[in-house]
Write a protein that binds this ligand. Structure first.
Ligand code: GSH
Length: 222
């Protein structure tokens, strides 16, 4: 099978989904980083939406992180999606749900003022409540073993945990199942290996550089 190439931006949570899966499934892959502020022409020719991740396989581009996840799960066995069609569809639905929380989380980090920050924090909190209600005995979404949904949610949970350590509101405090979920995911080597060296500083530095409410109020940017 041809070696896939992942087109990446190093802080992107959607790209991180693909990297975690490639690592979990022990796939040999190449990675090419691009600067999203100056997208190269070859990338724009490859990516219809101009977004990362793109997984290039045999000269063809797969885009949309959830689609890439499904592809990787199909071609690199064993599958880690539930086998039952209904369970699988429900897991897919929650992958979409988590994608919407990536947007809320980014909006929270970038909100220009307190009102915007609090609105996004509340939106994220409501989403996390819905996830908390879905979790069973854990530690993973479906129980004892991690599935595609877990690795698709991991980048969000990792960022929330990191921000909370940086002094932002603790969104896991009143959500014990989520706390257990994030702890189990962060224990996996694929999580730490899926981000660049110095990820925490780079991520917080990126937020800081945007001058948002979080940057000024929590991260001490001026
Ligand atoms: N729905 C897409 C979202 C990907 C996405 O928004 N990627 C961001 C980086 S984290 C991007 O490429 N943004 C560039 C742009 O919108 O111009 C997916 O799941 O892959």
């Amino acid at each position: 099978m041809a070696k896939p190439r992942l087109i990446s931006f190093e802080l992107c949570p959607y790209v991180q989904r693909s990297v975690i899966l490639l690592l979990e499934k022990q796939v040999d892959f190449d990675i090419t980083y691009i600067d999203l502020a100056h997208k190269p022409d070859w990338f724009l020719a490859l990516s219809p939406l101009g977004k990362v991740p793109v997984l290039e396989v045999e000269g063809r581009a797969i885009f949309e992180s959830a689609v890439i996840a499904e592809y990787l799960d199909e071609v690199y066995p064993p599958s880690i999606h539930p086998k039952d069609p209904l369970d699988k569809a429900v897991n897919r639905a929650w992958i979409e749900f988590v994608s919407s929380l990536f947007v809320a989380n980014y909006g929270q980090m970038m909100a220009p003022d307190q009102t915007g920050f609090e609105a996004k924090n509340a939106e994220l909190g409501r989403g996390l409540d819905q996830l908390e209600a879905q979790l069973g005995v854990g530690p993973y979404f479906n129980g004892a073993e991690p599935a595609l949904i877990d690795f698709c949610a991991a980048p969000l949970l990792q960022r929330i945990e990191l921000c909370q350590r940086a002094g932002l509101p603790d969104l896991f405090q009143s959500r014990p199942k989520l706390r257990c979920w994030v702890t189990s995911l962060l224990d996996r080597p694929s999580l730490s290996q899926s981000v660049p060296a110095g990820f925490e500083e780079k991520y917080l530095g990126f937020v800081k550089s945007k001058g948002s409410y979080v940057a000024q109020h929590y991260l001490g940017a001026h």
